[in-house]
Ligand binder design. Structure first.
Ligand SMILES: *Cc1c(COP(=O)(O)O)cnc(C)c1O
Length: 812
């Protein structure tokens, strides 16, 4: 039996009988219970195992095919993965949905009961983590050999509750009941060092010995990432920190000092305790840097281990390996690979640097200067003394390169240095990421352009060919097929088959149906049914949604000013012919971001006041479901009529919420920001509500000396809205938000107010014509196929990764 070819596996049955047999055997042998006493949780656990086994079998064949072809691999390094619930996805991807429904029915449960127990692993914050999840999905769907690396946080993103006093955070112990989708792999554990000092090594002056002061173990587990409509099953490998045995102090324990005995162990295990620990203290910040190095160190050793399964020496490492850095959080991988190659594997510096630079690629996710990560040199040196030496050497050689190109330009050297000198000495991670990689990409066309023109302009001048754009995308499985089954079925009917789920450009074939009255009727009816399911408000009202993290640049405050203006208008003319609207906000604010939490608080307060007003409430309702996550997004998006994408132009890198909503037939009201521009170009200007300044006008407005008061003074409706905030009825929080708007108004909210209000008036005109609106909705879906993450992955594969697909043979 040749196990390497995957031969010898019994193919798991896919008939109702075989599936049920396997479910029962899992119930008896793995769960240790019986049909008579099975609880919903027993049903959930055994169903998950039965589905998981089918994917695991495909995983074994995938691993055999990958081993046989010794391909070039993509390794995706990300501090975050916002995966969403797993059961429904895995049922779809393994084609076992109907078998599962039947089998759990035999145990006395409905599939919905069982799915309710599936907990979403909240290992990410928002867009960046969700992008990582969509990309690994699409890599598997495109048969690209890939591993995603991340951290298995015990506590993911906090659970949010919302009351009239705003947001409260609760810990999210997501794996409290276990996680049936995870395979622990303790044999592949890695050892990670921190602190300590370095010592010279004889021979090469570039080599050093690092003697760490603390040792922590990284224990991996992996989750399966199946492709859709293909055999490939890739993995995400997540690292959990463990204390080494040596850190348990038996002497203290024996003396009854239990807390002291485990102190060091607790400290070690804190590394994977929480996603983004509070960084308002020095210790919290150091813990974040520790997490970054922990992820990088474990993952690189694992990548090298995997390389060595089929390859020898280092000549082919960069040909077989591309490591994509999802933002700067994993950038320490660059000096870490240098350290491994130079200190441990004894390559000379130049050879190691050539390999390193060819191996990495970097995706930048921001334009906000305050979001560009830097670390104090002092902290870096204390935690990672050897890495700082390496960064210094990389920087010295890099600055020599710059000096050779631009002799005597000291200002340029200061600007480009990896080390910031003033006002304090810090390591600039984005600079390190640009210097140490072969390709740098932004995530939407405008973003990539602005990176080249502003934030990274000096680097783009030095290395123009290094800078690329790869516009983000979203998974049509998760955000269409799973989230919106009614619409997916209608599309399948309209197109004649469901091949569009893997080939989203085919949505364009829907275009002629936008003129078919009966198709439009059915489309409208589906939107309405989705609104009934969501139960957020009157299903016949215009469902106006703003769902995303709370951040001042995203401008939820602008949406709130519109709500207050609408409130005033209705109050002044209660008999008017108003378009009923349900305004739905959802999103979390970072726990220490007080201005964003104020906006949540104020929305809740204003919403309660409107709900209590019998004159206004028939026409205007504000709802704020708590705890925005992937599962909630999947419920809201199919019900949305209007998609609010109203960030200040030049601030949102791309957005992916905008894509999910457009694909589900919501019409966008938005600025010329991020991927909005590309959405508008594709769906057509007549099917998109555009308002506000563009990025260049916004920058110019600032340069001209922006004064929010001028807009307040000149616009009576705006004045009334802001005055309402300071009138006292909304309490202190109203004062604070108004104060920030009239004071600095950092994100030019008041400057875009009038244009936004006028645009919302146009929205209502369009909405009153149901056929016109539905046509716009259909065309948004039909013309957004470009925004599939399958296309994003194809772009990365062709232009940055230069990898080919490795199909996994089917076993019949
Ligand atoms: C898509 C998504 C985001 C990103 O939304 P943007 O509007 O692009 O900021 C954030 N959180 C969740 C749960 C998502 O599904």
């Amino acid at each position: 039996m040749d196990l390497r070819q995957g031969i010898g596996l019994r193919k798991l049955g896919m008939t109702p009988d075989e599936f049920q047999q396997d479910l029962l055997s899992n119930l008896y042998y793995r769960r240790g219970t019986t049909v008579e006493s099975a609880s919903a949780r027993d049903a959930y656990e055994t169903l998950s195992q039965t589905v998981r086994d089918r994917l695991a079998e495909r995983r074994a064949r995938t691993a055999a095919a990958h081993y046989a072809s010794n391909p070039r691999w993509v390794y995706y390094l990300s501090a975050e993965y916002l995966l969403g619930a797993q059961l429904e996805q895995n049922l779809l991807y393994s084609g076992t949905g109907e078998l599962a429904a039947e089998a759990v029915k035999a145990l006395g449960f409905s599939l919905e009961d069982v799915e309710d127990l599936d907990v979403e692993p909240g290992l990410g914050n928002g867009g960046l983590g969700r992008l990582a999840a969509c990309l690994v999905d699409s890599m598997a769907t495109r048969d690209i050999p890939a591993v995603g690396y991340g951290i298995r946080y015990d506590l993911g993103i906090f659970r949010q509750s919302i009351a009239e006093d705003g947001q409260t955070e609760h810990p999210d112990d997501w794996a409290f009941q276990g996680n049936p989708w995870e395979f622990p792999a303790p044999d592949d554990r890695q050892t990670v060092g921190f602190y300590g000092h370095t010592e010279p090594l004889p021979g090469s002056p570039a080599r050093k010995r690092w003697v760490p002061g603390e040792i922590v173990l990284g224990e991996p587990s992996h989750m399966l990432v199946p492709g859709f409509g293909t055999e490939t099953v890739n993995i995400i490998r997540l690292w959990k920190a463990h204390a080494s045995e040596a850190s348990f102090d038996l002497t203290s324990f024996s003396a009854g000092q239990y807390a002291e005995a485990v102190q060091e162990a607790v400290r070690a295990e804190n590394i994977s305790k929480v996603l983004y620990p509070d960084d308002s203290t020095e210790l919290g910040r150091e813990l974040r840097l520790k997490q970054q190095y922990f992820l990088v160190s474990c993952s690189l050793r694992d990548i090298i281990r995997r390389f060595r399964l089929r390859n020898e020496g280092w000549d082919t490492f960069a040909d077989k390996t591309v490591i994509q850095l999802n933002d700067t959080h994993p950038t320490i991988a660059i000096p870490e690979l240098m350290r491994l190659l130079v200190d441990e594997y004894e390559l000379d510096w130049d050879a190691a640097w050539q390999i390193t630079r060819k191996t990495f690629a970097y995706t930048c996710h921001t334009l906000l200067p305050e979001a560009l990560e830097t670390w104090p040199v002092r902290m870096f040196e204390k935690l990672l003394p050897r890495h700082l030496e390496i960064v210094y050497l990389i920087n010295m050689l890099f600055l020599r390169e710059v000096e050779a190109r631009f002799p005597g330009d000291h200002d340029r050297l200061r600007r480009m240095s990896i080390i910031q000198e003033e006002p304090d000495r810090r390591v600039r991670m984005a600079h390190l990421a640009v210097v140490g990689t072969e390709a740098v990409n932004g995530v939407a066309e405008l973003h990539s352009k602005l990176l080249r023109e502003t934030v990274l302009d000096d680097f783009a001048e030095l290395w123009p060919a290094k800078f690329q754009n790869v516009t983000n995308g979203v998974s049509p499985r998760r955000f269409m097929r799973i989230a919106n089954p009614r619409l997916a079925d209608l599309i399948t009917e309209g197109l004649g088959d469901d091949g569009w789920i893997r080939d989203l450009d085919r949505l364009a074939e829907l275009e002629p149906l936008a003129d078919d009255a009966s198709f439009l009727e059915r489309w409208w009816a589906i939107k309405r049914a989705n609104k009934v399911d969501l139960a957020a408000g009157d299903p016949d009202s215009l469902t106006d949604v703003m769902i995303k993290r709370f951040h001042e640049y995203k401008r939820q405050q602008l949406k709130l000013l519109h709500v207050i203006t609408q409130y005033h208008r209705i109050r002044e003319d209660p008999g008017g012919d108003w378009v009923p609207r349900t305004v739905l906000f959802a999103g979390k604010a970072a726990p220490a971001y007080h201005a964003a939490k104020d906006i949540i608080h104020l929305i809740a307060t204003v919403g309660a006041r409107i709900a209590a007003d019998p004159v206004v409430s028939p026409y205007l309702k504000v709802v704020f479901p708590s705890n925005y996550n992937v599962s909630l997004a999947e419920r809201i998006i199919p019900a949305a009529d209007l998609s609010e994408q109203i960030s200040l132009a030049g601030k949102e890198a791309s957005g992916t919420g905008n894509m999910k909503l457009a694909l589900n037939g919501a019409v966008t009201i938005g600025t010329l920001d991020g991927a909005n521009i590309e959405i508008r170009a594709r769906v057509g200007a007549e099917n998109f509500f555009l308002f506000g300044m563009d990025a260049y006008q916004a920058a110019q407005t600032r340069l001209d000396g922006y004064d929010p008061r001028r807009h307040y003074d000149q616009d009576a409706e705006l004045r009334a809205a802001v005055d309402a905030l300071t009138s006292g009825v909304f309490g202190d929080v109203g004062h604070r938000v108004a104060g920030s708007l009239l004071g600095r108004d950092e994100y030019l909210t008041l400057a875009d107010y009038r244009s936004y209000i006028q645009c919302q008036d146009d929205v209502e005109v369009a909405w009153r014509d149901q056929a016109r609106w539905t046509r716009m909705s259909v065309l948004n879906t039909a013309l957004s196929g470009f925004f599939s993450s399958d296309r994003t992955v194809a772009d990365y594969a062709a232009r940055i990764w230069r990898v080919s697909a490795v199909p996994v043979p089917r076993e019949d």
